[in-house]
Write a protein that binds this ligand. Structure first.
Ligand code: PMP
Length: 362
């Protein structure tokens, strides 16, 4: 590629270069078939290999047992899952507990209210979501507890999971899916769009316990039913074949890098570089997440004490080839999204620029 900038986008986000190269080859021709990967039938042999490979690798990377867990490839993004989870598991009179740790969690709760008795079990809204809720009130007999493992907008992340006892734990993992070695078997259902750590936009990856999918409501349209996707192995209708192909390539890349332990170590190192810089440069810069234990490895958020300097700093980022560092429109400030494929040298370059900026303007 002729010119790569440092892309700090929150998603769709940077992908590993070897993946981009292999995907580009696949777009020209796949497996000597005389066809582009974009042209193969989802019922054909070439695609069958791609589909199975992505499913198998996903569970292997997560260390999940394929006899217990299944991977579903769906459309509609995490936003569709906000509705689909309660549509499949709630009904009037059935309760679910939602831990609201950010704006996305609030959206998930609001969608669930269409289907059943969805309750806010905890919220850190009063703290402007600058920390995770410390505890939550569990409703006896709740169908599930829902959390957001990483809050993309605010920059907090769960490292210790809430203990929900026998109640199924469901998570929106959109922005830290496969970014660290979690015990994924603690979750009954996980979902997220691929477009941050796992691939391009267009496919939503749902991983869950087969028995839970099988226990879902049946009185709903087939296309919204997890059971339909489980039974057809996500081939009920035409799946997003190209995004799934790229997901397979990213999973192969993760395995080649040493799996989630290696990925997590790298992510921790990159995040520490940036948080240490921001802490050193406080109060000129102020990390938005004050509770250090809750700081996200993926989305590092901060503000300038003197907001009048924001345009200057953004102009300097641009000049240095660093893009998409403006904070989410709802919170302002800055946000560096440093997902799995984001290189350490880009994080160093950002840290150096911040130091330099303070030297000149501080
Ligand atoms: N949840 C979280 C935590 C997110 O970061 C996002 C997207 N940024 C969403 C949900 C919505 O995802 P989608 O755009 O795939 O619907």
């Amino acid at each position: 590629m002729s010119h790569r900038i440092y892309n700090f986008s929150a998603g769709p986000a940077i992908l590993p270069e070897p993946v981009l190269q292999e995907a580009a080859e696949g777009v020209r021709e796949i497996n000597g078939s005389g066809m582009s990967v974009l042209e193969v039938s989802h019922r054909g042999k070439d695609y069958e290999t791609i589909h199975t490979d992505a499913e198998t690798r996903m569970l292997r990377v997560m260390s999940l047992d394929p006899t217990e867990y299944a991977v579903l490839f769906m459309g509609g993004g995490a936003s569709q899952q906000f509705a689909q989870v309660p549509q499949n598991f709630l009904k009037p009179g059935v309760t679910a507990d939602y831990v609201v740790s950010g704006d996305w969690g609030a959206k998930a709760l609001s969608e669930a209210k269409h289907y059943g008795d969805a309750r806010e079990a905890a919220s850190s809204k009063a703290e402007k979501y600058a920390e995770l809720p410390k505890s939550f009130t569990q409703t006896p007999g709740a169908r599930y507890v829902h959390i957001t493992t990483n809050n993309t907008i605010e920059g907090t992340e769960y490292f210790e999971l809430p203990d929900t006892g026998d109640t199924p734990l469901i998570a929106d993992m959109s922005s830290d899916y496969l970014a660290l070695r979690r015990d994924y078997s603690k979750f009954t259902l996980m979902y997220g769009g691929a477009q941050k750590n796992i691939g391009p936009a267009g496919v939503t990856i749902v991983v869950g316990r087969k028995a839970f999918f099988e226990s879902a409501n049946t009185d709903l349209p087939k296309i919204y039913s997890y059971k339909t996707f489980l039974e057809s192995r996500s081939l009920y209708n035409t799946p997003p074949t190209f995004p799934i192909y790229v997901v397979g390539l990213v999973l192969k890349w993760i395995e080649g890098e040493g799996g989630l332990d290696a990925i997590e170590a790298r992510n921790r190192h990159k995040a520490a570089l940036l948080y240490n810089t921001l802490d050193d440069l406080t109060p000129f810069f102020q990390p938005s997440v004050t509770e250090k234990a809750d700081r996200s490895l993926m989305n590092v958020t901060w503000r300038l004490h003197d907001e009048a300097l924001e345009p200057d700093l953004l102009a300097e980022f641009k000049k240095a080839g660093m893009q998409n560092l403006k904070g989410h429109r709802s919170v302002g400030g800055f946000r560096a999204s440093i997902y799995n494929a984001f290189p350490e040298d880009g994080v160093r370059a950002l840290a150096d620029l911040l130091h330099d900026f303070v030297k000149r303007k501080g």
